[in-house]
Design a protein around this ligand. Structure first.
Ligand SMILES: *[C@@H]1O[C@H](CO)[C@@H](O)[C@H](O)[C@H]1NC(C)=O
Ligand SMILES: *[C@@H]1O[C@H](CO)[C@@H](O)[C@H](O)[C@H]1NC(C)=O
Length: 246
């Protein structure tokens, strides 16, 4: 039992004795589905604990609280058009994480709209953004609660499926269900910011990234989008909303 060293025992006794559970309470992400259709959020942890087994169902109007420990980093996305059986096996039209309800360490297949977070350690600044670098599949917004600092509400509130150029569209029947990034669609250095285009100075916006930026001004439209797409807030809780109303 090497994990339970004396100092750990002392620490936990201290918490129990004083009731100072706030020390380990963490950052709350309230995941809200304001869409008129089911969304199956996926959560991929970069650093720290896995949250809610990495995947679950949110019916229209439903919300779920996830609590992340200090120093947590990861991304949250929405899966659409899923069919799972009772054992959690199945697949999604967009954002699928390997034919299962609980992504448990697997990421979503692009194109997906991503909410990305790096939570501060010990009361430090959090960093967050909404990214379309891997394409777009559902409207998403991040709002902050009770934090201090610049703490802006960000995201992508217009339906990019509608304004997606033909050559980037992902279709299901007659419907546009997602919009690929130009990098994924054409795999060219000028869209992927690789090769001679591997620096912010040499990878300017393209006609494609401008379409993404126009629809979602406060989201990353391509790999070297301007720094104004990352936001900071200190000691906040967050709501991650699918299909935010404004
Ligand atoms: C975009 O996708 C959403 C959800 O998948 C759907 O409700 C909406 O109608 C689509 N928009 C277009 C223009 O097809
Ligand atoms: C975040 O939510 C938790 C649980 O509701 C609460 O205890 C905590 O005070 C909240 N933090 C902030 C900064 O509001």
């Amino acid at each position: 039992m090497a994990n339970f060293s004396g100092s750990h025992l002392l620490f936990f006794s201290f918490i129990i004795a004083t009731g100072t559970l706030s020390v380990v309470s963490g950052t709350v992400f309230t995941i809200v589905n304001s869409c008129s259709f089911n969304v199956w959020p996926g959560v991929l942890t970069g650093n720290g604990a896995q949250l809610n087994d990495g995947g679950f169902l949110l019916t229209p109007g439903a919300s779920v609280d996830l609590t992340a420990p200090a120093g947590w980093s990861g991304r949250i996305w929405g899966r659409t058009g899923c069919n799972f059986d009772g054992s959690g096996a199945g697949r999604c039209l967009t954002g699928d994480c390997g034919n299962k309800l609980k992504c448990a360490g697997a990421g979503g297949v692009p194109p997906v709209t991503l909410a990305e977070f790096t939570i501060g350690n010990g009361g430090g600044q959090d960093f967050y953004d909404v990214s379309l670098v891997d394409g777009y599949n559902v409207q998403m917004g991040i709002t902050t609660r009770d934090g201090s600092g610049d703490c802006q509400n960000v995201g992508c509130v217009s339906d990019l499926n509608g304004s997606c150029p033909n050559e980037l569209r992902v279709m299901d029947g007659g419907n546009v269900v997602a919009c690929k990034s130009a990098c994924a669609a054409f795999n060219k250095p000028e869209y992927c910011c690789t090769g001679a285009f591997d620096k912010p100075e040499t990878c300017p916006p393209t006609d494609y990234s401008r379409i993404f930026k126009a629809a979602c001004p406060k989201a990353y439209s391509y790999a070297y989008d301007d720094a104004s797409s990352t936001f900071t807030c200190t000691n906040a809780n967050y709501s991650v909303v699918f299909c935010p109303r404004s």
